[in-house]
Design a binder for this molecule. Structure first.
Ligand code: AMP
Length: 289
C-alpha cells in the first residue's frame, strides 16, 4: 500500500491507472477506521482493480460549535487497517494541501437538506459536496462507496453526481452495527460508559417504529411520537430530531408509502449520534433496505 499526501502525486497515479484501463474504487473517510469503513473497503476491493481510500477530517463540514477539534484521529491505526483491507493507495492530505488558498467558488446544496442533519447542521452538506467534488476530481474514480448510515449524505451525493455530471457510480453500503445494534461510528469512543449502554436504544427505537409500520400504521406523526417516547424512556440523551420522510427526496409525507426513511439524531454529552432505517413499502412489505 502506498501512502500519498499530495494532490499532484495522487493525480499522477490515477492518470496512470486510467491509461492502463484499471477500474478505480474510492472510499472517502474521515479516518479512525472501524468495521463500517472496512465493509466499504471490502466491497470496493471486490468490485474494482484499484482501491483508493482517503482520510481527511474536512473542516468545511463542521459548524463552529461542533466537534472538529475533538473528532478522534489515529493515523497509524488507520494505515494498518487500510493495509489489512488491501487498499492500494491511502490518501492522507493536510488541510493546507486540500485548501491551499481562500476559495473563490463555494457550493450550496439547495435540495434534500431542509430536514434531518441538513437542518440541524447548517452548511454541513455544502462542506461535504465541496470536499467530495475536489476528491472526485483528484481520484477520478469509477465507483465511490458510501455508508447508508449517513443516508442523507447518500441522497445529497446522488444529487451532486447527477447535477454536475460526475462520471462516477455511487454505491450505498449497509450499516455495520455492534452486537447490540448500535451503528459503528468513529464518534462512539467519545461516549461515556453509561451513554454507550444507552446508545443501543437508538436502533431499538428505529425497530419499534419499523414494527409499527409493518403492523400497518400509516401516519408518520404517530410513528415519530412513538420513537421519541421510546428514546426518552431509555436514554438521557437530548433528541435533536426524529423524522419520517420520503427517500431520497427527504420531503415530508402525510401517509407512509413507497420508499421512506425513519431517522434519528440524539445528543449525548460530547457526541451527537445518528441512525436511520430506509423502508420500502411497495406491496406493503415494509422491508428494510
Ligand atoms: P466517516 O469517516 O464517518 O466520514 O465515514 C466514511 C464513510 O463510512 C461514509 O460513507 C459513512 O457513511 C461510512 N460509514 C460510517 N459508519 C458506518 C457504518 N457503521 N456502516 C457502514 N458505513 C459506515
Amino acid at each position: 500500500m502506498e501512502i500519498v499526501r499530495s494532490v499532484a502525486n495522487l493525480q499522477q497515479y490515477t492518470c496512470e491507472f486510467r491509461e492502463k484501463g484499471c477500474k478505480i474504487g474510492f472510499v472517502p473517510t474521515m479516518g479512525f477506521l472501524h468495521e463500517g469503513h472496512q465493509r466499504l473497503m471490502q466491497q470496493a476491493r471486490a468490485e474494482n482493480d484499484i482501491v483508493i481510500a482517503s482520510i481527511f477530517v474536512n473542516p468545511l463540514q463542521f459548524g463552529a460549535n461542533e466537534d472538529y477539534e475533538t473528532y478522534p484521529r489515529n493515523e497509524n491505526q488507520d494505515v494498518s487497517v487500510s493495509k489489512s483491507e488491501k487498499v492500494d493507495i491511502l490518501f492522507i492530505p493536510t488541510v493546507a494541501e486540500m485548501y491551499p488558498e481562500e476559495p473563490s467558488i463555494t457550493m450550496q446544496v439547495t435540495k434534500r437538506t431542509e430536514a434531518l442533519c441538513g437542518k440541524s447542521r447548517p452548511g454541513h452538506f455544502d462542506g461535504v459536496v465541496t470536499v467530495l467534488s475536489k476528491l472526485f476530481h483528484i481520484v477520478n474514480p469509477h465507483n465511490v462507496y458510501f455508508g447508508k448510515k449517513d443516508a442523507q449524505q447518500v441522497a445529497v451525493v446522488d444529487a451532486l453526481v447527477k447535477d454536475l455530471n460526475f462520471p462516477v457510480t455511487i454505491v450505498p453500503v449497509d450499516t455495520v452495527r455492534e452486537n447490540d445494534g448500535l451503528a459503528k461510528s468513529s464518534r462512539n469512543v467519545n461516549l461515556t460508559k453509561e451513554e454507550r449502554e444507552e446508545a443501543k436504544f437508538l436502533y431499538k427505537a428505529l425497530r419499534v417504529g419499523h414494527q409499527s409500520i409493518i403492523d400497518g400504521e400509516k401516519n408518520p406523526i404517530t410513528i415519530v411520537k412513538e420513537v421519541k417516547a421510546f428514546i426518552k424512556q431509555h436514554t438521557r440523551g437530548k433528541i435533536d430530531y426524529v423524522e419520517l420522510l420520503d427517500y431520497p427526496e427527504l420531503t415530508s409525507i402525510d401517509e407512509i408509502s413507497g420508499q421512506v426513511i425513519l431517522a434519528v439524531a440524539v445528543f449525548f454529552d460530547k457526541v451527537r449520534l445518528i441512525d436511520n432505517m430506509i423502508i420500502q413499502l411497495d406491496n406493503n412489505s415494509g422491508m428494510e433496505l
